[in-house]
Each structure stands twice: as C-alpha cells, then as structure tokens.
Design a protein. Structure first.
Length: 256
C-alpha cells in the first residue's frame, strides 16, 4: 500500500493520548512487507530524548523492520546525546554524521539529509522513510523523492502551515512529544551523567595521590615503618571525598 495515495484517516491531529503511537504503528504495519524502512534525523531540529522514547514504544517485530537510523548533526549546535542514541535503539544500527559548516551562519545539515534520503530510495531501494524533523524545508524531498513518508514533529517547533501541507498531501505525521514520559527519561539521565563526567575531568587537574601523601608526611617530620606508612596511606588517601560547599565550590576532605 502506498501511503501517499488515497485519503488517510485523520487521527494524528487530535491531542489524545495514544494517537501518536497509533499513527507510527500504522505506518510500520502498512509499509512494504518485504522492504525495511529507514529513519533520517535532522539533529538540529529533533529532540534526541523524545526519539529514544519512541523506540521504547515499538514492539520487537516493528523494530526489526527498521534498516538503520541516520542522524545528521552539527557538532557545534546539536546535542551530544546523538552520540549515545545507539545504546537506546534496541540493536538498530545508528549512523551519526557530523556535518561541518562552510560558513558560520549556514548549516548544511538539511542538504546532507536530502542527499541521504535520495540515495536510500534510488540506490538502496528503501521505499519507506521516517523523517524526524520539524523543519518545513524538507518538504522538497518529500515532494520530489518518491517514497512512503512519516514525519516526526514536535509541537513547539512546527508551525500550522507545515502540518496543513502534510495533511493536504496525505502524508502521515505524528508528535514525538507524545512518547515522552518521566519513566522514559532514562536516556537523558545517562547522557547528562556522561557529559558531567567529561566536564569534571576537564575542569580538575588532580594531583598524584602518592606524591601529595609523601609531601604531607615529610612536613610532619615523623619516621614511620613501612607497615605504619602503608596503614596511614590506606586510611587517609583511600578515604578522601569530594565535598560540594554552600557557595558552589568544591573541596577535598578526609572522610571521618
């Protein structure tokens, strides 16, 4: 069944719980039975956490029909979460493509994505495309590259004109917002902690533990046996803790 032909029943426009899920499942079910479909992501105009939540809503046999997820992103202006998405797509391959800017004020993400869709359809024989973006500039690829399309939008990023254009041309769309729930925010939690670890590692130049222990011991002018020295090291250096002070600064203390 070609989803571009005939009048599609209008479900996705009403803000009722479950309709977004129903719409994407319809697209997966009614797509070509023998051909996989591919997801193309505009990393500048799509929320990675909502896209990860969408995968949580798919069943195993539906996920198996996904050939690949391709994310085009701008390294300077896109979320670092795209690099972690592969851990939340249930073994579906995720290809992340960093798109460099030729001019500071001009992104080439949209051009690369259009080229990628064209290659998938005309070279790889992919006949069903899920396009994750709220950018109306991608209407040209929907109009010119013959395939079945589902567009994943976000309410706050997409105007009514684009939604009307999709509806008037019988193109499926649904809201990524509908998939996001507090229980499905584990992706954000993991991404945040990884980024925090990177920032901390780049912010602190930590001294060598043995060196600062030796220096402190030298200042005491005490003479210890090797056994007493090892015991002192283990009971002090292994019990250091990082303390967050009330003014937002950090200090290192020996745990009591």
């Amino acid at each position: 069944m070609n989803l571009k032909q005939g009048k599609v029943k209008h479900l996705g426009f009403k803000c009722l719980k479950g309709y977004s899920q129903s719409y994407i499942l319809q697209f997966v079910e009614k797509g070509s039975r023998n051909q996989p479909f591919r997801i193309f992501v505009d990393g500048e105009n799509c929320d990675p956490y909502r896209l990860a939540a969408m995968f949580d809503s798919l069943k195993g046999y539906e996920i198996q029909k996904i050939d690949k997820v391709i994310v085009y992103y701008d390294e300077l202006n896109s979320s670092k979460a795209w690099l972690q998405l592969k851990f939340f797509t249930y073994n579906v391959e995720v290809e992340t493509i960093a798109v460099e800017r030729i001019k500071e004020d001009k992104s080439l993400v949209d051009h690369k994505l259009v080229a990628g869709v064209s290659k998938a359809v005309y070279k790889d024989d992919v006949d069903s495309i899920i396009l994750a973006s709220s950018d109306s500039d991608f209407w040209s690829v929907i109009e010119d590259v013959d395939a079945n399309y589902l567009v994943l939008l976000e309410k706050t990023k997409c105007g009514s004109d684009f939604k009307s254009l999709l509806w008037n041309n019988n193109i499926f769309y649904c809201y990524l917002d509908k998939f996001m729930t507090p229980e499905k925010d584990k992706f954000f939690d993991i991404v945040f902690k990884k980024e925090l670890e990177k920032v901390i590692a780049n912010s602190f130049v930590l001294p060598n533990a043995e060196q600062i222990f030796r220096e402190a011991l030298t200042q005491t002018r005490a003479s210890l046996s090797s056994t007493a020295r090892d015991h002192l090291y283990n009971t002090t250096m292994n019990n250091l803790k990082l303390v967050l002070n009330s003014n937002g600064t950090f200090s290192i203390e020996i745990a009591k």
